[in-house]
Design a protein around this ligand. Sequence first.
Ligand code: AMP
Ligand code: MG
Length: 337
Amino acid sequence: MNNLVKINPQAPEAEVIEQAATILRGGGLVAFPTETVYGLGALALNLKAIHRIFLAKERPDWDPLIVHVRDMVMARPLMKRLPPDFELLASRFWPGPLTLVVEKDDQIPGEVTAHRPTVALRMPWHPVAAALLAATGAPIAAPSANRFGRPSPTRAEHVVEDLANRVDLILDAGPTPVGVESTVLDLTQSPPVILRPGGVPREELEKVIGEVRLASAVEDETARAGLAGPGMSLKHYAPRARVELLDGEINETVITLKRRVEELKREGKTFYLLANYGDDRLYAQTLFDQMRDADSQHADVILAIMPPARGLGLAVRDRLLRASGSPAASDGEKDES
Ligand code: AMP
Ligand code: MG
């Protein structure tokens, strides 16, 4: 791959950053690491470049993009007004895996926000992302650098698998440290609402601003984990293998697991086990990589043990639930959120 370039994750080489920034300024696409997953970047205020993101990802136009900023000076003109809690949250969690949904300024093209009156803003801490934002001096729209519906990319190899020659440059800084996407928090509602659980846990947000609600879609899915039959949730973040969820009290889970393993063996099916072994941070970090690993090993079934719905466990549960959605949902409407 001649568009794949290695870059130092702690101290990105200036000439590589400049090469990437030049491509972005010219309206090109650059895949780059953030602390969450790899992003597919284009200048947020360049309409042609934005169109290229949707084309490359095969992303439907109703799915809005997150706009990345370097600092508050870059963020402020993108917003119509500062909602309550914005400054408090930004001072505590930025740079970091928290995306804040606010009323958008008119200069942001409607295509970026799927014609919503709001925009999702994030300031990543990953040194490569930060250096790229500093070099371009302009906001960068960057959804996850995967094909729509596939597990998000946590390694440059995943970007190559999904997007290869559809991007102008892929910056390879090794695996991303958080491994799941940012928490998306809607500040246009009061109390604020988590639209997508992610890298910043709900509990951490509540320590700073008090009550934070979970969007009903997230709550419903979390509540019916384990009960969900195929077809109940929309398939997304999906490996090719069928994802079966095991949830509930640990002793019962172990019994169910043993039974399923025996059944699958009898049916001649191969399986791949996903579990946290008591460490939700590690589970989040390796989740998408393991889903892709299961596929590369041609596993028929992924048996996934659900972590408890707290801390990063909430984000892991959300992704597993979506990945387990029925195959019927995968060729129809999908929900990237
Ligand atoms: P991705 O960048 O691929 O992780 O996806 C971005 C996600 O952020 C979208 O799928 C939405 O769920 C969410 N998002 C982005 N912009 C908005 C917005 N204006 N309002 C609500 N959610 C948003
Ligand atoms: Mg995505």
